[in-house]
Design a protein around this ligand. Structure first.
Ligand code: URA
Length: 209
């Protein structure tokens, strides 16, 4: 079974509390998400493979380690996932970026893909899928299913908030995908929103409500 990494760092928790407040402006919500995403990037890249390179310091030649950021792909689930990208790229500027768009068919209630654009050579890459909310898990599960067809080296999932229902669904569908989250909230409501949550992440990032 996959591991759920709950990032309990005080800076992460502090910023998340400010974001949950319904009085937070679009501007501060977006800025906080950006900062939080950078902090979460530290956690999700903790076990990234490194390689030795030879460099010249002002005094000597030495071998030292670097991350191969170009092998890492951040995949944003549209549209709210885009709110996490910038903060992650601040920490790993060499990473590539992919986008996946899904909507729910009103009749079948199944996710339907409307956009899919990834870097080349996905079989050589480690993927970090980003979406602020892991709620029902439907989009995350469908996105990971689609990405697995490209046979990447690994897939991790990063969200700000999740709930027991979202974790259970994701772990049942993809027991090999670790989940990184800043909080595990109480429950889903009947409309698929996380409680107590922070509302609609997309609307709060883009100011659309
Ligand atoms: N998506 C959101 O934006 N918020 C939720 O609470 C659940 C899903």
């Amino acid at each position: 079974m996959s591991t759920v990494h709950h990032i309990a760092h005080p800076l992460v928790q502090h910023k998340l509390t400010l974001m949950r407040n319904k009085e937070a402006s679009t501007n501060s919500f977006r800025r906080l998400l950006n900062e939080l995403a950078s902090l979460m990037a530290y956690e999700v890249t903790r076990d990234m493979p490194m390689q030795e390179v030879t460099i010249e310091t002002p005094l000597e030649t030495m071998t030292s380690k670097v991350i191969d950021g170009k092998k890492l792909v951040f995949v944003s689930i549209l549209r709210a996932g885009n709110g996490i990208l910038e903060g992650m790229l601040n920490v790993v500027p060499g990473a590539r970026v992919g986008h996946i768009g899904l909507y729910r068919d009103p009749e079948t209630l199944k996710p339907v893909e409307y956009y899919f654009k990834m870097p080349q050579d996905m079989a050589e890459r480690d993927i970090v899928v980003v979406d602020p909310m892991l709620a029902t898990g439907n989009s995350a599960i469908a996105a990971v299913e689609r990405l697995k067809k490209l046979a990447p080296k690994s897939i991790k999932f990063v969200c700000l908030l999740t709930c027991p229902e979202g974790i259970a669904a994701m772990q049942a569908a993809h027991p090999d995908v670790d989940i990184y989250t800043a909080a595990i909230d109480r429950q889903l409501n009947e409309h698929g929103y996380i409680l107590p949550g922070l509302g609609d992440a997309g609307d709060r990032i883009f100011g659309t409500k």
